[in-house]
Design a protein around this ligand. Structure first.
Ligand SMILES: [Zn+2]
Length: 1017
């Protein structure tokens, strides 16, 4: 069910409806669909970018229910204001173009005056969505009866924000006319227009007359009725086909002719009507003979100069698409098929019945792919009219399966993404080794391999934007390939042809396709259609054991998931040639598979990479030798895709710098790049050219995705660098630190599918050892010659943090409790060694206000409070609350000059932007304010205020403040602060340049973190 309030009512309605139907079977409805007949007359005004139209719909009630109301979609109103579901979704997905647009760039429908059988009816507007209304019928519409709904309407065509729109005088007229929502066995389906989430419409006959200036070329749904216009297109085609050169840079519009023409289009058995008008179109007309009926279909491709170099070959693409989909599924039922080049702002292409619009393209292959995909939607959307909003896999997914089959057939050299254009990258990352289609697997693994996968059978609105593409499309394509291989291509094709024949021009639901498969195969396919399509994760198969018995090899295979699924398993000889390939039924737990012994050297699960599996590294076993499961090491430079059957290891050079160690060349070794693994580690070794010391960092992370938490992340790390290395008055000072930490973060589950909310509870133990060596001049009175201080610090940190990264007024807060046990050992007997411990509490809340997309400024405030309780009154000043940013005594951050000047700083404690050298070992609280603006330049204002109950410098309570301006170079990553005023007198020996401070978050910039945290939404 949809998450819109409508559907909540609707589901309530459905529940009521079905509970009633149990009592009185009279209410039970078998399959039916409403019948509609549209007649629309529309005129395009290309000066004001308006449509002026009249519409008449004959609505025949084929249900067994009396209807008292008709839900209508008036979708141009999706572009009317910020309240529409479309506007809200754009904002959610960080698409700010619409939110920032001016009123005159937006669109709407107006002049509506709904009549039923020529009598005005009441129209209930919708509070929540301006693009859905309800007509209240004056007299109920009885079963088998019909009414005539009529209205005039005018559409102000918006600029191109999504699908309906214009760019200058290039028009994409889609979702443009008032249209009854679907009424089916589960009731009404009123849905607002969305960019992510497609359609569900009633089948109808259309009779549409379009009036516009004579020199427009129109690509449209329906069969053109004007002979003169057909000739006009034919002539344009003759001119285009003789032409070799197109001027990609010339995209100017010719003047519109003063005379108008009216084009009439008619068509039965379609559920939508879109048209595209452009005066610049080149036209290529062609014809394709259908494989079964041998009927001929006329095809048009229409394009402007911009991508003409690719489009001039496009007749072949559209003809091939019509031919092969007809061959595999069933003949194309219409007489025309058109593809146009348009200024689409919603994905690479968009389908309408009989006409397809294609956006930007970069090469011939991708134009072929997009045309084929969109033309393919005539089958999966156009003819098999599923509810795409609710079950995107039924159209986008199955269509992607055929698109990929088409590409595989046509481009036998394989079709790894942009392979031709990015040859170097493909080789560097080792993509050559993978078969066709593996890129689909990798794409959806981006979120799946870090526990953010979603089930294929997910409502389109509930998918994250990345998962909508990689799961609803790509993963469905993979699992249908899996099903096809499981039941055999021929059988699969024949079943899909039966499904098509039985359900064409109807609304098949998921159960309907399953029923056809189960009936034709005479077997239960719930494992696929129910369990598999509803599973968030993939199954994981592994070979547990092999045993030689008589002349056979017995292989024990385990499916460690709870998703029942079959496998393909193969025995190979010493040359890796296939001996036998077997297939199991769907299973969970263990199965045994028997191979003939022959020359078998190796057993491999899923050798052709057909099963979308979580972990492929346990799919191979050798039949001889000691280490049967041992996999050879694959060492790669920089990066690459994890290879199944190999122990992957990567290395890359690394360089670092800090003032104490100097320039540091080094090397990084890591076990994984992509897809992500549940256990990953990075080891970094570096040599400090100034300190003459070896430094480094080892970090190992484990991710676990139980059902009770979003994820559990456990981290272990070792870390050591120099922090001080200088000579001062004959004394050379050297300091370094060692750090060990281990911690666990529990990410709480979110009740809704809210990916913007992160709540976690974490515990961390940190041990640090700080060493300070002072080598002094022996002539000094006090012998510091062997001053050697060691500090041992044990920290236990318990933290709760909540980060709501919503678009409007995002906020975050965190609460920290820290228990510390510290000790100091001084080898110089003159200086005392001591032990101490403390409890620290710290809380902060931060929020940004006025950050709506149109605003040129925003307001960020942070409130904080902290207190330290000591057992014996002493603490190390490193652990005090610091006025001017975090002292980072747990070494979580990288500093260029940790012990030196404090120009680099990190937010934390009182987070003062000016360097004011003040600390407290008691309580501190205050506020920070930042006002970033974009009025002229990106420049911001800051102000900080804090109260420290005992100031370390003054030994008394004190109040501090500062203010100034800053440059937000990269938000939260690189910011530079220029103080103007402070409460403390600034030391005059520091010149102004040294008072300028900066914050640079190097942790964010680590390559492996960057890969894991690409923000798509
Ligand atoms: Zn599609």
């Amino acid at each position: 069910m949809s998450i819109t309030p409508f559907s909540k009512h609707l589901s309530l309605f459905v529940i009521l409806f079905f509970s009633i139907s149990i009592i009185s079977p009279v209410f039970a409805q078998s399959y039916f669909q409403q019948e509609l007949k549209y007649k629309i007359e529309v005129k395009l005004d290309d000066k004001t970018h308006k449509l002026i139209a009249n519409e008449q719909i004959v609505y025949i009630n084929n249900s067994s229910q009396q209807l008292t109301e008709i839900w209508m979609h008036i979708w141009p109103n999706a572009y009317k204001n910020d309240k529409s579901a479309f506007a809200q979704q754009q904002l959610m997905q960080n698409q700010k173009k619409f939110a920032r647009s001016k009123d005159q760039e937006r669109g709407y429908i107006e002049g509506l005056n709904f009549k039923v059988n020529d009598v005005l009816v009441d129209v209930k507007l919708n509070e929540k969505f301006p693009d859905v209304v309800k007509l209240i019928l004056n007299t109920p519409l009885n079963p088998k009866d019909s009414i005539v709904i009529s209205t005039p309407f005018e559409v102000k065509i918006p600029e191109s924000f999504s699908r309906l729109g214009h760019v200058d005088q290039s028009y994409q007229i889609t979702q443009w006319y008032p249209k009854p929502a679907v009424y089916d066995a589960s009731g009404w389906h009123p849905i607002p227009y969305l960019d992510q989430g497609e359609f569900y419409s009633e089948f109808a006959s259309y009779d549409v007359s379009i009036t516009l200036p004579k020199n427009y070329v129109v690509g449209s749904t329906g069969e053109l009725q004007n002979e003169e216009e057909k000739l006009f297109l034919k002539n344009l085609s003759d001119i285009t086909s003789k032409r070799d050169t197109f001027y990609a840079d010339d995209n100017s519009f010719p003047k519109s002719s003063d005379t108008l023409k009216t084009l009439r289009y008619k068509q039965n058995n379609i559920h939508d009507f879109g048209w595209f008008a452009d005066k610049r179109y080149h036209v290529l007309q062609s014809e394709v003979e259908l494989p079964t009926s041998k009927r001929k279909v006329t095809t048009y491709v229409m394009f402007t100069n911009r991508y003409a170099q690719y489009w001039k070959n496009a007749s072949q693409y559209i003809n091939d698409a019509v031919y092969y989909y007809s061959l595999w599924i069933g003949d194309y039922p219409y007489n025309y098929c058109t593809a146009v080049d348009g200024a689409l702002s919603a994905g690479g292409g968009m389908e309408y019945p009989m006409v397809t619009v294609i956006g930007s393209v970069g090469d011939n292959k991708s134009l072929d792919l997009v045309i084929t995909h969109e033309v393919g939607h005539n089958w999966f959307y156009g003819i098999l009219g599923s509810n795409e909003r609710e079950y995107p896999w039924l159209d986008e997914g199955i269509n992607s399966f055929y698109e990929s089959r088409y590409m595989r057939m046509k481009y036998s050299d394989g079709y790894m993404i942009k392979k031709e254009r990015h040859r170097g990258a493909v080789t560097l990352f080792g993509l050559d080794d993978f078969p066709f289609g593996y890129d689909d697997y990798l794409l959806y693994q981006y979120s799946a391999s870090k526990g953010e996968g979603q089930a294929i059978n997910t409502h389109s609105e509930d998918f994250t934007p990345i998962n909508y593409g990689t799961i609803a499309y790509k993963k469905t394509a993979m699992v249908f390939k899996y099903l096809e291989q499981y039941i055999g291509v021929q059988k699969f094709d024949s079943i899909m042809q039966i499904y098509y024949a039985e359900w064409k021009f109807k609304h098949p639901q998921p159960q309907d396709i399953e029923n056809v498969f189960e009936r034709e195969l005479n077997q239960d396919l719930d494992w696929f259609f129910k369990d598999y399509l509803s599973a968030k994760n993939d199954p994981d198969f592994k070979i547990r054991k092999i045993k030689k018995e008589n002349n056979q090899i017995r292989v024990k295979v385990q499916n460690s998931s709870n998703i029942p699924a079959p496998i393909f398993i193969r025995s190979l000889d010493k040359n890796d040639s296939t001996i036998e390939t077997l297939k199991t039924p769907a299973f969970t737990g263990n199965v045994y598979v028997y191979f003939d012994q022959n020359d078998t050297r190796k057993i491999v699960i899923d050798p052709l990479y057909i099963i979308p599996e979580q972990n492929r590294n346990n799919n191979t076993i050798r039949t001889n030798g000691l280490f049967k499961k041992n996999e050879p090491i694959d060492l790669r430079f920089i990066g690459g895709i994890t290879k199944p059957n190999k122990t992957n290891l990567f290395f890359s050079p690394a360089v670092g710098y800090n003032k104490a160690d100097g320039f540091m060349p080094g090397i990084a070794l890591y076990n994984n790049v992509f897809p992500f693994k549940n256990f990953e580690w990075v080891a970094l070794g570096m040599y400090g050219t100034k300190s003459d010391k070896f430094n480094g960092n080892l970090k190992a992370e484990h991710y676990y995705y139980p059902s009770t938490f979003e994820k559990i992340n456990t981290t272990f790390s070792l870390y050591s660098f120099s922090t001080l290395n200088e000579e001062n008055a004959g004394i050379s000072n050297y300091a370094r630190f060692f750090k060990t930490s281990i911690g666990t973060e529990l990410y709480l589950k979110n009740s809704s599918n809210n990916k913007r909310l992160t709540r976690k509870l974490s515990y961390r133990y940190v041990f640090t050892q700080d060493e300070l060596n002072e080598e002094a001049n022996l002539s000094q009175v006090i012998d510091y010659s062997k001053s050697y201080i060691d500090e041992f610090n044990h920290y236990h940190q318990l933290r709760f943090s909540n980060n709501n990264n919503r678009r409007i007024q995002p906020y975050n807060y965190s609460i920290l409790y820290e228990l510390a046990f510290n000790s100091t050992q001084n080898l110089n007997p003159i200086i005392q060694s001591y032990n101490y411990s403390y409890h620290k509490f710290f809380a902060q809340f931060e929020q940004t206000l006025f950050n709506n997309p149109k605003s040129k400024w925003s307001f960020n405030y942070r409130l904080f409070a902290g207190t330290i309780l000591t057992d014996n009154g002493i603490t190390n000043e490193n652990n005090f609350f610091n006025l001017s940013g975090s002292l980072d005594y747990t070494y979580d951050r990288a500093f260029f000059n940790r012990m030196g000047n404090q120009q680099q700083f990190y937010n934390g404690d009182a987070s003062f932007k000016s360097n004011m050298f003040s600390q407290t070992y008691k309580s501190m609280f205050g506020v920070n304010i930042k006002v970033p603006t974009k009025i002229v330049l990106p420049i911001g204002f800051f102000a900080d205020a804090a109260y420290a109950s005992v100031d370390q410098n003054l030994s008394s309570a004190d109040f501090h403040y500062d203010y100034g301006i800053y440059l937000p170079m990269i938000k939260d990553i690189l910011e530079v602060y220029f103080p103007i005023g402070t409460s403390t007198k600034i030391n005059n020996s520091i010149n102004y340049t040294e008072r300028i401070r900066f914050m640079i978050d190097l942790n964010v910039l680590q390559p492996l973190n960057l890969i894991r945290n690409i923000q798509i939404m």
